[in-house]
Design a protein. Structure first.
Length: 135
């Protein structure tokens, strides 16, 4: 009986071990360019944990940031925010990767993490982010 309880306790403790971060950029130390621009207050009601936001790259006038949401009901989501030079920012969070943002009449962005997903027709912007220009 004691052996069974020990095995159960080890199994429960193993479930408490932190899972590896599936996003190389989010594991890096933040720097000044990782801060969301001041004009990006809230994007579609996303509740971003600003301490996790990282700049993923820039192309054709779009700056892309990735991060995590604040924890809600023990769930932390992955988020991608696309910030254009002259329009409203677009963003989306999802409970799992990949997360995709499609801008109406604009580019598409995929936040894949280390899922092994390489979307067809997309160019790599950072280790975890791909983008496709407007068609």
């Amino acid at each position: 009986m004691l052996f069974g309880a020990s095995v159960l306790m080890i199994g429960l403790l193993a479930g408490c071990v932190a899972q590896p971060d599936r996003t190389p950029e989010l594991s890096e130390t933040a720097n000044a360019e990782d801060a969301l621009p001041a004009e990006v207050d809230e994007v579609g009601g996303l509740q971003l944990d600003e301490s996790t936001v990282r700049f993923a790259g820039e192309d054709e006038g779009w700056r892309v940031f990735i991060g995590r949401s604040v924890e809600v009901d023990d769930v932390t989501s992955y988020c991608v925010v696309a910030v254009p030079e002259d329009d409203e920012s677009q963003g989306l969070c999802g409970d799992s990767l990949p997360v995709r943002v499609n801008v109406l009449d604009g580019p598409s962005f995929w936040f894949t993490g280390d899922t092994g997903t390489t979307p067809d027709g997309f160019e790599q912007l950072s280790p975890s982010v791909y983008w496709k220009p407007a068609q």
